[in-house]
Design a protein around this ligand. Structure first.
Ligand SMILES: COc1ccc(C(=O)Nc2ccccc2)cc1NC(=O)CCSCc1cnc2[nH]ccc2c1
Length: 272
């Protein structure tokens, strides 16, 4: 079964199923394309809300960026269509759901599981960076899990072509922001995703973000990379975290090195 390649989609093509969740701008439903039985996720965005949020341009840019991304660890956007009031995104359905719910349920992941996820994240980010796309919003809430347990980066609401100087102000948690996006320099490049990968690695292994604190304190701790790695974290994992959470963007370990780091190889070496 596959999504028809024909460009024209319309709502009547889909049988709408259970709600899958609510995003910042819309609701998402499980959906099945009637002709081929293809299961997907249909995201419904109201044009009025997009106008109010002044995000139409951002959405158009995102649709353009997404339509030529093909990677097993990046959630697919198969197509989009609209009616008089709404815009519909036809998204890949991730069969095992939201990663952050899994993390909250178990508290923290084993080193093997965390390493497997970080290896997949590094592969997805390498693919994005080769296309000069920076995600800028890597965090557990934006990661879904496919039917085979593989992770899928999603919700590119903030992705831009690198390098970039941010125009719209951010909302949501500060936990994942790198120093260069906080110290008003405004200029940032792909290396922001390396910092976020370090925060993600820490949160997978510890169950909390490294700079979690009151907003003022979090900001102070981020710009000084002031974090403590608990003793239960292995020295190899701690080594990778410390090589990613480096204040100077150019001194962060590159993605190619992340994939070959001893902690990753120890847990992800292809089985003999
Ligand atoms: C590639 O992905 C996306 C691309 C674009 C946008 C988006 O909304 N862009 C936007 C909107 C307005 C202004 C500007 C930009 C969102 C996503 N992705 C998601 O929203 C993930 C959860 S919806 C799918 C989905 C799948 N599989 C699941 N399994 C369980 C729940 C679940 C939920």
């Amino acid at each position: 079964r596959s999504m028809p390649s024909s460009r024209e989609f319309h709502l009547g093509m889909f049988e709408i199923g259970r709600p899958l969740g609510k995003g910042k701008f819309g609701r998402v439903y499980l959906a099945k394309e009637r002709k081929n039985g293809f299961v997907c996720a249909l995201k419904v965005l109201h044009k009025s809300e997009l106008q109010q949020g002044k995000v139409e341009k951002q959405l158009r840019r995102e649709i353009e960026i997404q339509s030529n991304l093909r990677h097993p660890n990046i959630l697919r956007l198969f197509g989009h269509f609209h009616d008089s009031k709404r815009v519909f995104l036809i998204l890949e359905f991730a069969g095992q759901g939201e990663l952050y719910k899994m993390l909250r349920k178990v508290g923290r992941f084993s080193e093997r599981r965390a390493a497997e996820y970080i290896a997949q994240m590094a592969a997805a980010l390498q693919y994005l960076h080769k296309k000069h796309v920076i995600h800028r919003d890597i965090k557990p809430e934006n990661i879904l899990v496919g039917i085979h347990g593989e992770i899928k980066i999603s919700d590119f609401g903030w992705s831009v072509h690198a390098p970039n100087s941010r125009r719209t102000t951010m909302c949501g948690t500060l936990d994942y922001l790198p120093p260069e996006m906080l110290n008003g320099s405004n200029y940032h490049n792909e290396k922001v995703d390396l910092w976020s990968l370090g925060v993600l690695t820490y949160e997978f292994l510890v169950g909390a973000a490294p700079f979690e604190d009151s907003p003022v304190e979090t900001q102070r701790r981020i710009v000084r990379a002031d974090m403590k790695i608990p003793d239960f974290v292995s020295p190899e994992a701690g080594d990778l975290i410390k090589k990613l959470l480096v204040i100077k963007p150019d001194q962060r370990i590159p993605l190619e090195e992340v994939a070959k780091h001893p902690w990753i190889l120890k847990h992800c070496a292809p089985k003999p």
